[in-house]
Design a protein around this ligand. Structure first.
Ligand code: UDP
Ligand code: MG
Length: 310
């Protein structure tokens, strides 16, 4: 990073009133040591607590800090997008508000970008915070998504990364409504690198990713990077069809030779398999259609209801 270059840090925040000031106090010395020309952009993603009031207070103390408040909770991925859209830096870093992404790692991100990378991703080594459920489900999810997906998506990847202005401008061109940032970044290309960091525990509050948000995030990851589920349901449907056809032939032969017995079990099993499979296929198609629907409505990604003064 050159002397006169500007560094932006984008922080999405959803009900993080107990983290923001701590993060801010840790962030400032780190950023000042790297570049006097920095900005911190807090994106309040429709918080119900005093997150935005705190952001406003910090921004009056420090001119390098600004904030926007979205009109409701649009989700982490959209909040990142809103922050990137506000950012003016030549180098932009996105990170979580809960101190799981240690501010001092930013120095390493910048050192790595100085080697000529446009995007520096991070990979967490361990996180004391994530419970067994989150860890296992995340490992399983990434294995599954990489099996399905056409782009490679690193497990243990976090939305803690550095991007050059060139990469940010490219990223802002994505018009997808259901955004899976890690996948989009991988799809983008450019010169990318990964550094490892030790994740700390969430400082205050609970994870804002409810099971519902995680499921939705997972489905976005799969549906926006692969049409394999559609194809799989087609082939599996075909297989079930042939099996059903063969079974029907067998049933007719048995009937003609007068050996029919009350076939309750086989009947039930067949009905269940076919019925279950049909529902599954419909569900998969439904997930894709929901996203096509979302995209064709072409609604704005978010609204800003408030901003800190310049
Ligand atoms: N976040 C957000 N909107 C949401 C959910 C989360 O802006 O709807 C922010 C949150 O405030 C945090 C980051 O996204 O800064 C990551 O969320 P969290 O720490 O809850 O996720 P986890 O680390 O548990 O995966
Ligand atoms: Mg967290």
């Amino acid at each position: 990073m050159k002397q006169d270059e500007k560094l932006s840090v984008v922080v999405p925040c959803f009900n993080e009133e107990n983290n923001i000031e701590v993060l801010y106090n840790l962030l400032v010395p780190v950023l000042e040591s790297v570049s006097p020309n920095y900005e911190i952009i807090f994106v309040d993603d429709g918080s119900k607590d005093d997150t935005f009031q705190l952001i406003r207070k910090i921004s009056t103390d420090n001119n390098n800090v600004s904030g926007i408040s979205l009109s409701r909770n649009f989700g982490h991925q959209v909040a990142i997008m809103a922050g990137l859209q506000q950012s003016k830096g030549d180098i932009v870093v996105m990170m979580d508000a809960d101190l799981q992404h240690p501010p001092e790692v930013i120095v390493k991100l910048i050192a790595e970008s100085d080697k000529g990378f446009d995007i520096v991703n991070t990979k967490r080594i361990d996180s004391n915070d994530s419970g067994l459920f989150k860890k296992t489900s995340s490992r399983f999810f990434y294995r599954f998504i990489n099996f399905l997906s056409d782009v490679k998506i690193e497990p243990a990847a976090a939305d803690f990364r550095l991007m050059s202005r060139k990469a940010v401008d490219a990223f802002l061109q994505f018009e997808e409504k259901d955004r899976f940032t890690r996948g989009l970044i991988s799809w983008m290309g450019f010169k990318q690198s990964v550094i490892e960091y030790h994740a700390s525990s969430r400082f205050a509050g609970k994870s804002k990713y409810t099971l519902r948000k995680m499921m939705r995030f997972g489905m976005d990851g799969i549906t926006s990077f692969s049409s394999k589920p559609l194809r799989i349901s087609f082939y599996a449907g075909l297989a079930v069809f042939f099996f059903g056809f063969a079974y029907a032939v067998y049933a007719i032969i048995e009937n003609v030779s007068g050996k029919t017995i009350p076939g309750w079990t086989s009947l039930l099993v067949t009905v269940l398999i076919i019925g279950g499979f049909q529902l599954l296929s419909l569900g998969i198609i439904g997930e894709y259609i929901a996203r096509i629907f979302n995209q064709t409505k072409a609604r704005p990604l978010y609204f800003i209801k408030d901003k800190t003064e310049e």
